[in-house]
Design a binder for this molecule. Structure first.
Ligand SMILES: [Zn+2]
Length: 240
């Protein structure tokens, strides 16, 4: 029995190491997803700037169109000036021409304003693109590191699996089966020592009878609460 317990303890040690490797490995796919989300966000941000730039161009074009339409009106009214006979109509036409000219002055100011905004927007986009490039390079490098780390950990896990296979030979099939079932349930360790009068896994108080049975080493005893296999540290060190 003592030999079985010792073999199970070695196995448990290996399993804990593998759990550690697997837990570490599992963090990387999440990190890769996080990096990809960040990259997408950068692109969305840039696209927003490009959208604003396009809007500015559209509104500048509309203003220019309005100026052109007004100019046509002015030209037409100026032509009509030579044809009107009465003073009232002449004054009315002249008024319309002046109003259109004033309107155009304002529109031209607005156009200049838009052009300045467009230039600023272009500069912002250039800067954003440069920032995006360097941030993307940075994120890509981190992503590459993650993939390399996963490959490294996978190789280590494979090595540990081979070691584990070797250790399995020292335990009988029935005990091993029991061990594996407990491990699936607890996910960390299937065999724990008795600590004082408690189970070293779940810290429930154990009955004196169970402690005695574990001490006697006649068979594998299990914690009634967490179902982990129990062993007695003192007994194991006695034998080694
Ligand atoms: Zn327990």
């Amino acid at each position: 029995m003592k030999d079985t317990i010792i073999a199970l303890l070695s196995l448990s040690e290996l399993d804990l190491k593998m759990l550690e490797l697997r837990t570490k490995r599992d963090t990387y796919p999440r990190e890769v997803t996080r990096l990809q989300v960040l990259k997408k966000a950068l692109l969305v941000d840039l696209n927003e700037y490009v959208g604003k730039f396009k809007d500015l161009q559209v509104s500048k074009n509309a203003l220019e169109q309005e100026v052109a339409t007004n100019l046509e009106g002015i030209k037409k009214h100026e032509g009509q000036l030579t044809q009107v006979k009465d003073n009232e109509s002449y004054k009315a036409l002249q008024n319309e021409i002046n109003t259109a000219k004033d309107k155009n002055s304002l529109l031209e100011e607005e156009i200049l304003n838009k052009m300045e905004q467009i230039e600023n927007s272009e500069n912002s986009i250039d800067k954003k693109k440069k920032d995006l490039k360097s941030q993307e390079d940075d994120l890509n490098a981190k992503e590459k590191e993650c993939h390399e780390e996963v490959a490294k950990l996978d190789a280590q896990i494979k090595d540990w699996m081979a070691k584990r296979e070797e250790h399995l030979k020292a335990v009988d099939t029935k005990t091993l089966d029991q061990y594996e079932k407990i491990l699936i349930k607890t996910k960390d360790t299937a065999i724990v020592s008795i600590e004082g009068q408690e189970c070293g896994g779940c810290h429930m108080r154990l009955s004196p009878q169970l402690i005695n049975e574990t001490m006697s080493g006649l068979g594998v005893q299990m914690c009634p609460d967490c179902s982990r296999m129990l062993y007695c540290k003192e007994k194991i060190s006695e034998t080694t």
